[in-house]
Design a binder for this molecule. Structure first.
Ligand code: MTE
Ligand code: MO
Length: 386
């Protein structure tokens, strides 16, 4: 979705620059990100869509100023002083809470990795519609905030509650297919069980600082184990529904064909697939022959932990175990490395394939039912050894 009301397009771009920082600081709103860090890949200027350089993914915690930005509309200009969150719909006690009240509730900090469902879309052939992300629409950050379950229990969902809709303050019209019915707010739902489970956070801090404007100031949802689209930014309304939510971003966008029932149905993307990404080498890197080369990457999955990563240096004929680094942190990615002992001259394809604790393995070929998202099959990195 590329749509953008033209008058605010420029403001949204400025908000991501240091010039914007001055203007916004004077208005007493979010600290926007500093000038995008060197190497940030601009996929779209308005609305702002920034891809992380692979170098930003090397550390366990992705620095905020290098964390990818995925926005469907201009950054809404929200202030902490005027922001409120409305909790209503099929609940016993609808209420509204402001920023200061939210900050007084018990908070927790979690390391959570999320990937945009369109990450790696540039690799799909034939090409699919949507932003053409490379491998850098993924990141891991430390998120601090309040459990969504706490607020839901205060409101008291009715017995027939099915879905919980999280709505952002941002609004846009898609002028390309699939078109929106006019300007619509960004909204996504979670099944009531997931929302009440206690692991979804309404975050107001990222990596120890107030959220930046681009990452959802003042408050956003962070849904562990799920594709990034579930983690609604600029959150202003929560509505409990007694039927399944069928919003634009659940049906026309961010959905895949599910064949497990009587007939294929379009199902909204939820839990992330298991996936390993190679950070080093990069495509068409020239590798010196005859000396060890350290292949490095990250791997993550949804609602499980990464059990192993295997690497192939011969285009998928032979596989060997990579070394998992650090500790297994639930809902966070795992760094891994593999020492390629004796690269021989010639062209080859490097591959990495992750398996998670639930036994799910990355497939070797593209899954067409996933349409233009959930690109988790093994993507070879072609290199040349000389
Ligand atoms: N309100 C709102 N929330 C949103 C979006 C958006 O456009 N508007 N984009 C979603 C998508 S598709 C992703 S991948 C993540 C990206 O979060 P980030 O920009 O902090 O990386 O935010 C999600 N939450
Ligand atoms: Mo996304």
């Amino acid at each position: 979705m590329t749509a953008q009301p033209p008058r605010i397009a420029r403001r949204s771009f400025l908000a991501a620059t240091s010039l914007g920082a001055v203007a916004l600081a004077q208005k007493g709103v979010a600290q926007p990100p500093a000038t995008p860090a060197p190497g940030f890949i601009v996929r779209q200027q308005a609305p702002l869509n920034l891809e992380s350089p692979l170098s930003a993914l090397e550390s366990f915690v992705t620095p905020t100023e290098q964390f990818f930005v995925r926005s469907h509309s201009a950054v809404p200009q929200l202030t902490a002083a005027t922001w409120t969150l409305e909790v209503g719909g099929a609940v016993e006690r609808p209420f509204r809470i402001n920023y200061q009240e939210l900050l007084r509730l018990p908070a927790r900090t979690q390391s959570i990795t999320f990937e945009c469902a369109g990450n790696n879309r540039v690799s799909l052939t034939p090409r699919e519609r949507g932003l053409l992300w490379g491998p850098g629409a993924v990141g891991n950050a430390e998120w601090t905030g309040v459990s969504l379950a706490t607020l839901l229990e205060r409101a008291g969902p009715q017995n027939r509650a099915v879905d919980v809709v999280l709505e952002g303050a941002d609004e846009a019209t898609a002028n390309e297919e699939p078109r929106t019915p006019g300007a619509i707010r960004f909204a996504r739902s979670l099944p009531i069980a997931k929302a009440r489970q206690g692991d979804v956070t309404l975050a107001y801090r990222m990596n120890g600082r107030d959220l930046t404007a681009a990452h959802g100031f003042p408050v956003r949802a962070v849904v562990p184990g799920w594709y990034g689209v579930a983690s609604v930014k600029w959150l202003t309304r929560i509505t409990v529904l007694e039927q399944t939510f069928q919003g634009y971003y659940h049906t026309l966008e961010y959905s895949y064909w599910d064949r497990t029932g009587v007939a294929p149905v379009l199902r909204s993307v939820g839990e992330m697939d298991v996936k390993a990404t190679i950070l080093r080498p990069t495509i068409e890197e020239a590798i010196p022959s005859g000396q060890p080369y350290l292949i490095q990457g990250v791997a993550w999955t949804g609602d499980a932990t990464v059990a192993r990563v295997e690497v192939s240096v011969d285009g998928g004929t032979n596989w060997a175990m990579a070394r998992l680094l650090g500790d297994a942190v639930p809902n966070a990615w795992r760094r891994w490395e593999f020492s390629w002992q004796n690269p021989q001259p010639g062209r080859t394809a490097i591959m990495a394939r992750a398996t998670d604790s639930r036994g799910r393995v990355q497939p070797l070929t593209r899954q067409l039912d996933n349409r233009n998202c959930m690109i988790s099959y093994v993507l070879p990195v072609d290199v040349v050894v000389r």
